[in-house]
Ligand binder design. Structure first.
Ligand code: SAH
Length: 350
């Protein structure tokens, strides 16, 4: 079987190169982009405003292949976890979440993850490979086909993987989400464990999404234990980078802070966190830790979570408690993992 590259997933730069190579004017590449991502047709035959001969040549050299899900799990809270089997047999997961203010899709950027965060189940898979833009984008188009929801919706790159370690394909996906699917960059959030060099690159475009940083700790000692990336770029370096990012006035960086019982949830932690974020236009999302049997970390009691929230409020730090969706189907923050990690880690039902 001969391998043909997929047109779906190519950004405007690659499409222009294709057009040029075929002696076609640049506007043909724009037309192709529209068919692929605005109209989302699945065959070249349907691209009626493109010259027949070029369509035939493209059909010879390329395929148009959309990602399809293999299984889905419905949560009692309305969210749905989609499982995709990729061409090489590896699997990724995405989550559809109906929220008060519209739909949010949580997407994966890699198969597995190399970050080795000690509290996250995806890390237990290890790193397998980067997703292509077709695979990142394909999660959205597959879910759009399955669910009826109104545009505009939100996208969060908070599924499996470290998006900033797949920057090139992430950026192609961002272009397609905005120029193709019509999403405002404000509706797309890229979350990172704190890769400061790539964060600086992401923040200068071409498409600049909202940025979320998984901070999760108030001291380097804690963060070193939770997130080995901190050994390379410590909290000070990370915060200095955030402070210097060219974030537009009125926009805020989000800091995710996973609250873990008797680990990072004390009054002193709240105080240190307040100091770290002082002077940065930001909001803090407090994520009560989602427990799994294979990990010994625990979720703090509700009163502790509320106290932490209150302490930040009193200090003037904008913050919300984010209860993860889809815990009953293993779709909550830190629970996405296929399939080896999951076998060793039966999820706790809450
Ligand atoms: N690698 C990126 C994208 C993943 S985002 C990043 O680190 O930002 C996933 C979010 O879920 C992160 O903020 C992480 O801190 C959080 N998370 C991981 N495991 C969790 C768990 N067990 N309970 C609650 N949140 C968790």
């Amino acid at each position: 079987m001969s391998y043909k590259p997929n047109l779906f997933g190519l950004g405007s730069g690659s499409l222009k190169t294709l057009a040029e190579a075929a002696g076609q004017p640049v506007f043909r590449a724009n037309q192709l982009f529209e068919w692929l991502y605005k109209k989302r047709v699945s065959s070249l035959d349907e691209m009626t405003n493109l010259p027949k001969a070029w369509r035939a040549a493209l059909a010879e050299s390329h395929v148009i292949q959309h990602l399809e899900y293999t299984r889905k799990l419905q949560s009692e809270d309305g969210s749905v976890k989609y499982i995709f089997q990729l061409d090489d047999g590896s699997e990724i997961e995405s989550v559809y979440m109906p929220m008060a203010k519209g739909v949010t899709l949580c997407l994966s950027s890699q198969v597995g993850c190399a970050q080795a965060c000690s509290f996250c189940l995806t890390a237990k898979m290890g790193f397998i490979r980067n997703l292509s833009a077709a695979e990142i984008m394909g999660q959205i188009t597959a879910i759009m086909k399955d669910q009826t929801f109104d545009a505009p919706f939100n996208v969060v790159m908070m599924g499996m993987g470290e998006p900033l370690l797949n920057l090139a394909q992430l950026q192609v996906s961002l272009e397609v989400m905005t120029a193709g699917l019509g999403l405002s960059p404000k509706r797309i959030t890229v979350s990172t464990s704190g890769h400061v060099r790539n964060l600086e690159k992401l923040a200068v475009g071409p498409v600049v999404p909202r940025i979320a940083i998984s901070l999760n700790a108030s001291t380097d000692e804690q963060r070193n234990e939770l997130m080995p990336v901190n050994l390379k770029w410590d909290i000070q370096t990370l915060m200095d980078t955030c402070r210097a990012l060219p974030i537009k006035a009125r926009e805020r960086i989000t800091f995710e802070y996973v609250l873990i019982d008797q680990f990072n949830d004390s009054d002193a932690d709240a105080k240190r966190l307040t100091k770290w974020v002082r002077g940065i236009r930001c909001k803090v999302n407090l994520i009560p830790f989602n427990e799994t049997e294979s990990l010994s970390y625990r979720q703090p009691p509700l009163a502790r979570i509320q106290r932490f929230h209150e302490l930040l409020n009193r200090a003037g730090v904008v913050n919300t408690i984010r209860w993860s969706k889809g815990r009953d189907i293993g779709a909550a923050c830190g629970q996405l993992a296929r399939p080896t990690a999951r076998e060793g880690a039966r999820l706790r039902a809450h």
